[in-house]
Design a protein around this ligand. Structure first.
Ligand code: UP5
Ligand code: MG
Length: 189
């Protein structure tokens, strides 16, 4: 693995637009996008020994044990070779955060936080229609609860270190990306 890769954590509630904005960042700023959720879903599809456990946890909106997720993220970084990564949807709790730092020695350059009201996130998730097993109202409510209880504290932790770039994510995709661009390519004039 590249000695000191640049890592940006991309956080925000379920449906806040993390994946959508990461795709835009990749196109414009040369990062590699690693969605922890996508890696876990690929692991289910591959039929790995952890697949059933991961599937059950995602269905309940629970956070998969960090050793599983960190292994997938490390492997993806190693296989990629880029030195700039967007890590989307991870770390989701304090234990994820501490374990990633301990295992990889990597601290994020900064943290993007897509801030969005629950009503808007709920609307987006219920109309996504991509067949995700966790896009039903029962699981969505559980995901919101886990976000508030376990993931917001991680954002607060990095905020106390001055690392959080909070973005109003309730606006149209293009408007949100205008703000994101300003963070990745600050105007120098
Ligand atoms: N959309 C996006 N932006 C919009 C905008 N500005 N205006 C209007 N519509 C917008 O967007 C969601 C939908 O909204 C899309 O249809 C999009 O077109 C539209 P998306 O960009 O997909 O939002 P995102 O924040 O990525 O939502 P996602 O559902 O992926 O977030 P989650 O955090 O819930 O999902 P994730 O895949 O990260 O995790 C799923 C589960 O995996 C977790 O609940 C957990 O069980 C497990 N998990 C772990 O255990 N550990 C991990 O480290 C990661 C995941
Ligand atoms: Mg996503």
């Amino acid at each position: 693995l590249e000695k000191n890769p640049t890592v940006v954590f991309v956080l925000g509630g379920p449906g806040s637009g993390k994946g959508t904005q990461c795709a835009n960042i990749v196109e414009n700023f040369g990062f590699t996008h690693l969605s922890a959720g996508d890696l876990l879903r690929a692991e289910i599809k591959s039929g790995s020994e952890n697949g059933t456990m991961i599937q059950n946890m995602i269905k309940e909106g629970k956070i998969v044990p960090s050793e599983v997720t960190i292994k997938l993220l490390q492997k993806a970084m190693q296989e990629n070779g880029n030195d700039k990564f967007l890590i989307d949807g991870f770390p989701r709790n304090e234990e994820n955060r501490a374990a990633f730092e301990k295992v990889t020695g990597i601290e994020p350059a900064f943290v993007l936080y897509f801030d969005c009201p629950e009503e808007e996130m709920e609307r987006r998730l219920l109309s996504r229609n991509q067949g995700r097993e966790d896009d039903n109202i029962e699981t969505i409510r559980k995901r919101f609860k886990v976000f508030l209880e376990s993931s917001l504290p991680v954002i607060n932790y990095y905020d106390a270190k001055g690392k959080v770039r909070k973005i109003d994510a309730a606006r149209p995709v293009e408007e949100v990306f205008e703000t994101v661009k300003g963070i990745f390519a600050p105007k120098t004039e």
